[in-house]
Design a protein around this ligand. Structure first.
Ligand SMILES: [Fe+2]
Ligand SMILES: [Fe+2]
Length: 286
């Protein structure tokens, strides 16, 4: 039997205390970053595998790897902002068990440090953070659905990001600062993911049993669309433009059409969790 989120929480808190780190001293920030370097693993880059990508010079590919990395760091940072907001909102609610509130403090602390870390990298070497693209359309929720949706959104940003973290942490061809940031992020994220997965399944089971079949279908439609639209953030036309490439919107379209297998692979852990627990009926189109 796997542990419940309430059973996990004190173990995760202990681990967070033991592995606590200082964002202001954890990294050596070089004055500048060399242009002639890879910053995102090529196989993670949105245009990888297209004829267009092969037609670029290595210098252009490396430049694009930098703006794609900056887009990745930006979208994770932008996803962590509402995550921290939602976690803070849940502190000390009657429905939040005391050990869970204790752990949420660590969760918030770690996400705050991640935002500082990404913000420092982006402002120092890129001079900006890409803005958030998501438009939130207000909608009616079934009872308890907002909680389930919050946990889903948290897991989407963390599971997609985790796939990239692990690949880049192990990629020796990348600039060492980039591998290190991904490594540090990964170690905090494994705890967030353990908590988030358990909490989502429990909350979904508890709340959804009172939903009508229309409400359940409405939630599942929203979630499938959310999984797909969250991938859209990885194909930012401005990052192509910032790498000196023309026609960002067409490049985005080309990359989206070409990248389905990559998106399915990178989402596999999350989609399996959702389907195995009947949060989704089947794997969505990504
Ligand atoms: Fe994070
Ligand atoms: Fe996280």
């Amino acid at each position: 039997m796997s542990l419940t989120s309430v059973q996990l929480a004190p173990k995760l808190s202990t681990a967070s205390i033991k592995k606590s780190w200082d964002v202001y001293t954890a990294f050596d920030w070089p004055e500048t970053l060399p242009e002639d370097n890879w910053y995102m693993s090529p196989e993670l880059m949105s245009l990888y595998g297209t004829e267009y990508f092969d037609s670029l010079s290595e210098a252009q590919q490396k430049k694009l790897s930098f703006t794609e990395l900056c887009n990745f760091f930006s979208l994770v940072l932008q996803g962590e902002r509402p995550l921290v907001q939602g976690l803070a909102h849940r502190l000390y609610l009657k429905t939040t068990e005391p050990p869970v509130s204790d752990y949420l403090h660590h969760f918030i602390d770690e996400e705050n440090k991640h935002m500082i870390m990404f913000g420092m990298f982006l402002n120092r070497y890129f001079g900006k953070v890409y803005p958030e693209k998501k438009v939130t359309i207000p909608r009616e929720y079934a009872k308890g659905e907002e909680d389930v949706a919050f946990l889903c959104k948290a897991l989407v940003v963390e599971e997609y990001g985790e796939y990239y973290n692990v690949v880049m942490w192990h990629d020796k061809s990348l600039h060492p600062l980039v591998s290190e940031i991904n490594r540090v992020h990964h170690f905090d994220e494994t705890r967030h993911l353990a908590f988030g997965r358990a909490r989502l399944v429990e909350t979904f089971n508890e709340k959804s049993k009172n939903w009508s079949s229309d409400e359940l279908q409405g939630f599942r439609d929203w979630l499938a669309a959310y999984l797909k639209s969250s991938w859209g953030d990885y194909y930012n036309p401005t990052m192509y433009k910032d790498a000196g490439l023309e026609d960002g919107y067409n490049l985005r379209q080309m990359a989206l059409e070409h990248g389905r297998a990559h998106r399915e692979k990178a989402s596999e852990v999350l989609v399996n969790l959702l389907v195995e627990n009947q949060i989704l009926e089947h794997a969505p189109e990504l």
